[in-house]
Design a protein around this ligand. Structure first.
Ligand code: ADP
Length: 494
């Protein structure tokens, strides 16, 4: 599955694919239609496996199982503490199978094994453990109201949660969504992305091994407009949690209107990364490289608009280009590789077309700009300088290894330009001036602001978007809010 030369350096084994079916009501089954779809290795463009292709009929079965599990059976009878124990057990099993899961993620998504091992998997484990701890801490309040009454609130699970996830962090997105849902006592029907279904299915096997009752977690791989849309429309689904493109979220919002579902969205971004002249230059350059090129640029919070104060522009650009050129592309199973392929042909083509647009609109391509190698969806790390705010590469989400540098002079100016976007997911600021750092952090309309760092994620820290980057928050205590309904109970005391 990998090239001969890549084989020579391989430091991680390619894992066996163990599960390709749907998980419904605790059983692994084929799609009702009998259909399957292929999932590919983006490093070699070869087929890895055929996976059961769920559609509306399978969503129907999965929702029925999730509804039943929510209302009767073992799940609603479980103590909150025991729900936490199951999540802990799942986290332990992920930890015990870390190498296999990291390998499977690398195989299906193309991300370097070193990133899967050092970032994705530890964050998955942490997220499951964090929410395991919350399961028995979902408190209500007692409220003094008028008259002789006893009034209190309860946090009850919202019900059946439909969860639709993307392909850039397949396993991590599953953990972000299962963690709070299961801690709150919901049941789940998840549709993994069609490009990367494999790790989610393996996680499903581990969930069964951990002891989650049947019907609590149901998995229906398939396509968005079929399986995804059926989940969104289903009247027995109480909530949809979606991560993906804002255009898909717009469709989901419309489709969810007839049943007034609760919706949480984590969408795209065009995040400003602001570099002031008084920063620690080497740290800012390293953070900028990481903030854009990590995960092949396939991060919703990628720092794709790099605003650099004019005074340090030349020095910054020189160092950044050097770092971009030093990135190691190649077999993602080689632990020296720092950049793998893009996930599929469609993303690869889209990114190359943005590079063409950048050149066409007059930006200066300092390095990269082309396909790398002859096989696999690899794109050279690409840096554009002289980018202006109105160019498409400064406006639209590219979701690839393409970085744009935009020079600026004044703090007020850069804040205004940073906010001149429909997105508002993340931002970063690099400076030694503490007051300036917080001024920028408070003025930029984004759900997350990093100061002198980038892409620092933690299960306890909420993440989500302002404006068209999303609705609601994931992670932290905030991430639980959308998986619970608040109930007010009032009793007359005499
Ligand atoms: P991307 O372009 O990054 O793949 P998408 O928003 O298209 O982002 O996909 C994210 C997830 O949403 C995937 O699981 C995909 O199958 C799903 N999806 C796509 N279209 C729809 C739809 N109309 N309804 C529900 N889910 C969808």
């Amino acid at each position: 599955m990998v090239t001969a030369s890549a084989k020579a350096h391989r430091s991680a084994p390619v894992p066996k694919v163990r599960q390709t079916q749907l998980l419904i009501d605790g059983k692994w089954v084929d799609a009702k239609s009998g259909k399957t779809f292929a999932t590919y290795n983006p490093a070699t463009e070869t087929k890895i496996a055929d996976v059961a292709e769920g559609d509306a009929a399978d969503i129907e079965r999965a929702v029925k199982a999730a509804r039943k599990a929510f209302e009767s059976g073992d799940w609603p009878k479980l103590d909150a503490r025991d729900r936490g124990r199951l999540l802990h057990r799942l986290a332990d099993l992920v930890e015990q199978n870390l190498e296999e899961l990291a390998g499977l993620e690398t195989l299906d998504n193309g991300k370097p094994i070193r990133d899967a091992r050092a970032a994705d998997l530890p964050l998955v484990i942490d997220c499951l453990r964090y929410y395991a701890g919350w399961a028995d801490k979902l408190h209500g309040d007692t409220i003094p109201i008028r008259g002789n009454h006893f009034c209190y609130t309860r946090r009850e699970p919202v019900g059946v949660a439909g969860q639709i996830i993307p392909w850039n962090f397949p396993l991590l997105m599953a953990a972000w969504k299962w963690g709070p849902a299961l801690a709150a006592g919901c049941t789940v029907v998840m549709k993994p992305a069609e490009q990367t279904p494999l790790t989610c299915l393996r996680l499903g096997e581990l969930a069964i091994e951990a002891g989650f009752p049947k019907g609590v977690i149901n998995l229906v791989p398939g396509y968005g407009p079929t399986a995804g849309a059926a989940l969104v429309r289903h009247p027995d689904v109480d909530k949809i949690a979606f991560t993906g493109e804002y255009r898909t979220a717009q469709i989901i919002m419309t489709e969810a209107a007839p049943t007034l579902k609760r919706l949480t969205f984590e969408l795209g971004g065009k995040s400003p990364n602001i570099i002031f002249a008084d920063c620690d230059l080497d740290a800012a350059v390293a953070g900028t490289e990481f903030g854009l090129f990590f995960n092949q640029g396939q991060c919703c919070c990628a720092g794709s608009r790099v605003f650099v104060e004019e005074k340090i522009h030349e020095a910054f650009v020189e160092k950044l280009v050097k770092r971009a050129r030093a990135r190691r592309l190649g077999d993602p199973f080689d632990s020296n590789t720092t950049q793998g392929p893009q996930v599929d042909q469609a993303q690869f083509d889209k990114i190359l077309s943005y590079i063409d647009k950048g050149v066409g609109e007059g930006a200066q391509c300092l390095t990269g700009g082309k396909r790398w190698g002859k096989r696999g969806f690899f794109i050279e790390p690409t840096v554009f300088d002289g980018v202006t705010d109105s160019m498409s590469i400064a406006q639209e989400e590219i979701f690839g290894p393409v970085l744009s540098i935009l020079p600026f002079r004044k703090t007020e100016e850069v804040i205004e330009r940073a906010n001149r976007t429909t997105y508002g997911l993340a931002a970063a600021v690099w400076t030694r001036d503490v007051a300036k750092a917080h001024q920028v952090a408070h003025s930029v309309r984004a759900g997350t602001v990093w100061i002198n760092c980038y892409d620092v994620f933690d299960a306890a820290a909420p993440f989500g978007g302002f404006k068209m980057s999303g609705i609601g928050r994931e992670l932290g205590e905030a991430g639980l809010a959308n998986y619970t309904e608040l109930k007010t109970v009032t009793m007359k005391l005499s």
